[in-house]
Design a protein around this ligand. Sequence first.
Ligand code: HAM
Length: 420
Amino acid sequence: MEIKAIRGFNDILPDEIGKWQFVEGTARKVFEGFGFSEIRIPVLERTELFSRGIGEATDIVEKEMYTFTDKSGNSLTLRPEATASMARAYLEHQVYTFDPVAKLYCIGPMFRYERPQKGRYRQFYQMDAEVFGVENPMVDAEVIVMLIDFLERVGIEKLELHINTLGCRACRPRYREELKKFLTTKAFQLCEDCQRRLETNPLRIFDCKVETCQEAIVNAPNVSDFVCSECQKHFEKVREYLEIAGLAYILNPRMVRGLDYYTRTAFEVVSYHLGSQNAVTGGGRYDNLFQEIGGLDIPGIGFAIGMERLVSLLPKDRKFVQSPQLFIASLGDETIKEAYQIINQLHLQGIRAELDYEGKSLKSQMRRADKLKARYVLILGENELKKGRAVLRDMESKSQEEIPIPDLVNILKEKVKGQE
Ligand code: HAM
């Protein structure tokens, strides 16, 4: 029986990869321009890092982690997100001794055992950017400015930035109690999961998709009405800095985010072209995460962009496939050796070129060149070859000219300059 990929695990094929490379390349350029450095972290961590970091009573930890016991009896988990691992690495290597402020980014696969559907997979890629060591609200605005700049540079339009404040350790418990009190009166409307969440993590009920649960929360109190004056001041500053930067945003008091580590600023960027899985990015501040995972009292803020969702939003009219710059069509046994020498030269000069390995007819070689969308075709005929010349055909204008073979590299370089 043919072996197929696991459900929710995708292959990214060559005709798609150009989009991914473009998005990653732009992210590196933008993030590094904002002073971020790349960090690479393992895909496997001790389970405890996520259960303590993300929170025991979150959907991710309760039911979505790929957890197993290794041969030494350690409980390990494929990372469902990168923030906790980045914080672990920062603590473990005492990066703060070099400079208390660290701006880090990371690109790679994450794993969550969710029900696969469009925009939701079991292996998916994130681009994650984090700032560790700054409590000042200016940095909250700075990471959001960077995120929006990046999204604009990749050409994604009609996005909405939603922001909220989730309070801190001092003020959130009071909100949690109020919310619990309110929802207890509606408990009969809640699904089985939410009845449990009412005890373990009532904020999660906001994200439940079940209609009766959505109805139950219509008049629920908002977290932003319960935050302490310190959190309120922090949020006002974040908004002020966003306004100075000229960024439009929507205040969304219902947005609570699915991970427990968040404190104060939370944000999402959503696109209504994405259907039900409409968040391209989620992020926020997490000033207690470091302590939760056994470290120092270090504040942090960041975001993660879901790459599958982002790639699906790229402008459709843009060209991302790298087609050959030249296709060499050779006619006759003698010319194939010459074609082989020419293509080696071209490849050494960094020119993308293809040829026909099978000695097919000119017609079928031209058909293949057309299918590959080669920009030029070099036709090597025995007669021209004797004079050291070949025919260069422009596949767009359909014009052709005879050129001296030794000049090919220079002619091609000149022609393709500025075309890509
Ligand atoms: P998150 O909201 O769980 O946050 O995920 C961030 C983004 O990853 C989502 O907005 C979505 O685009 C994408 N994503 C999440 N799950 C899936 C999935 N199953 N399939 C496809 N895409 C998915 C976090 O992960 C936080 N670590 C973000 C963060 C960084 N907060 C602070 N720093």
